[in-house]
Design a protein around this ligand. Structure first.
Ligand SMILES: Nc1nc2c(c(=O)[nH]1)N[C@H]1C(S)=C(S)[C@@H](COP(=O)(O)O)O[C@H]1N2
Ligand SMILES: [Mo]
Length: 497
């Protein structure tokens, strides 16, 4: 506590030195008539060099000296640097206690200017103007359309990803749908009857719940890009998240419309209510056989972690196809039909396919490759981060592992020496039903840093219950679109002397 107090006083003094030379006078002045800062000014204080400011409500704090004392670790507090604390405190309830507020109060340096306390307004000509407000911890890969991933150290903090941190992959502006007038169109079989379902109609079907991980085909694309340029968003390891989904089973809804599994070659096509300026909607399809299999647990989901779907994740209804690539989990679902062929959507036929490393944009023939459905086995290290300095003695290594098609992860191997020797990590999280392991396993390894080592090449690889393993390097699986990037994940760290 004494240390903390010292840090507080030091922090205030240093903060004030920026404004005047006589620290005690300055503290006095700050208490009498608070300094007013703009949001922009706060934003420019987001590193130890510029000092670290945060806001809570209308108050501005200089927490530079507190960062190293933060009980959750310095890196977690740094995520809020230069902006509001509320979005983080909302996720981690431990903060809403009076003693936490008391500690913070000691770092107060002023107030936020009144015009910056209201949410900023956007130009209405912008098709993305109506997009929802996002969590500031998300690492944004593209603002319009919005694509963002949680930082690795938050990704594996919880087995279930909090909704505001769930990665977001949008191709188009987010539609703003009215739940009262929303209708889901289910096209019936020839001679049969089509359904137009309201949200409450959908609630009449038995409610089915599953925990499932959703991964974008482009997860870890940035590593492929380092081998040779690929086209696509620069996803790091966070284009993957896990939620508890609830909704009606697609097989129940299709059966109600009179569909049966007559044609095993048929496909179920989904259309979103998001569209580009020409009116083209997002679309994708899955085989009818998967859709009609009750054990495949394909959902028309209206709940995510006990809440209505957030707008970014498909409000009011999205498809969840456990074990299958994210691209088929169509959000803002408007229409479902059974067709003899796959969806004619660009995203089904001209994207989300894998090719040989020899194929380039001149030679690529998209019709020659099947669309990605089930994903291969995947794992990544989330802590420590590449380039980090770790203490000598013991190091904690954390990460996630998952495989497509309901295949369970049975083991994660970790190496500290680039793959020469291996240790088996501890798997956290729920043990899953065979063939229905839809969700990831988080894993950790507490390892001894070999004495005298100055650096570590940490590597992880997962094994699924078909004994599929990840390939060791990226180059042999490189493809022009940068999808299916699942080589051993490697993190290089320095050991503190
Ligand atoms: N309607 C619609 N559905 C969509 C998309 C989209 O842009 N529009 N993106 C797809 C892709 S490529 C992925 S990876 C997942 C991402 O889901 P999330 O944003 O909830 O993480 O949604 C899929 N469903
Ligand atoms: Mo995706």
């Amino acid at each position: 506590m004494l240390l903390l107090h010292r840090a507080v006083v030091l922090g205030l003094r240093q903060a004030c030195r920026l404004k005047c030379t006589h620290s005690r006078l300055c503290i006095q002045a700050a208490q009498d008539s608070p300094h007013i800062y703009t949001k922009e000014e706060v934003k420019s204080h987001s590193s130890p060099e510029t000092r670290i400011w945060v806001t809570l409500g209308s108050e501005v704090f200089d927490v530079t000296e507190f960062v190293d004392l933060h009980p959750g670790g310095p890196s977690k507090l740094m995520l809020a640097a230069g902006g509001p604390l509320e979005p983080f405190w909302a996720l981690y309830a431990v903060h809403n206690q009076s003693h936490v507020r008391e500690i913070l109060a000691q770092y107060k340096i002023g107030e936020l200017s009144p015009e910056d306390q209201a949410p900023s307004t956007l130009k209405s000509s912008d098709p993305f103007a109506d997009d929802p407000i996002r969590h500031p911890a998300l690492k944004v890969n593209s603002q319009r359309p919005f694509n963002a991933e949680p930082p690795p150290e938050l990704l594996t903090e919880n087995y279930i990803t909090p909704n505001p941190l769930f990665f977001t992959r949008n191709h188009l502006p987010v539609p703003n749908l009215d739940p009262d007038t929303y209708r889901l169109h289910i096209i019936g079989p020839p001679g049969g009857q089509s359904l137009s379902l309201s949200l409450s109609d959908l609630h009449q079907f038995p409610k089915h719940e599953i925990t499932a991980t959703l991964q974008c085909a482009g997860n870890r694309r940035s590593e492929m890009n380092q081998v040779k340029e690929v086209r696509g968003l620069e996803w790091s390891t966070g284009a993957i998240s896990t939620a508890r989904w609830a909704g009606a089973r697609l097989c129940d809804v299709l059966a109600k419309a009179g569909h049966q599994l007559r044609d095993t070659e048929a496909h179920v096509c989904f259309e979103g209510l998001d569209s580009d300026p020409t009116g083209t909607a997002y679309g994708a399809s899955i085989p009818l056989a998967r859709a009609m299999d009750p054990e495949a647990e394909v959902l028309l989901a209206y709940e995510m972690n006990g809440q209505p779907l957030p707008r970014d994740h498909g409000f009011p209804v999205r498809v969840v196809v456990p074990g299958v690539v994210g691209a088929r989990h169509v959000k803002w679902l408007g229409k479902v039909s059974v067709e003899p062929e796959e969806s004619y959507s660009h995203w089904q036929r001209r994207d989300y396919k894998g090719f040989s490393p020899s194929v380039d944009w001149d030679s690529v023939d998209f019709d020659s490759a099947p669309s990605i459905q089930e994903l291969p086995v995947q794992s990544a290290i989330t802590e420590p981060k590449d380039g980090e300095i770790v203490e000598s003695g013991e190091v904690t290594i954390k990460g996630y592992a998952w495989s497509g098609g309901g295949r369970a992860v049975i083991r994660v191997d970790v190496s500290l020496d680039g793959g020469l020797t291996w240790q088996v990590a501890e798997l956290d999280g729920e043990k899953q039903c065979p063939q229905k392991a839809w969700a990831w396993r988080l894993w950790r390894l507490q390892a001894t840093v070999p004495p005298g080592k100055k650096e570590l090449n940490i590597v992880c690889k997962a094994v699924d219950d078909s004994y599929n393993v990840q390939p060791d390097t990226v180059a042999p699986i490189w493809n022009l679109r940068g999808v299916l990037s699942n080589a051993w994940h490697r993190v290089h760290v320095h050991v503190a002397p």
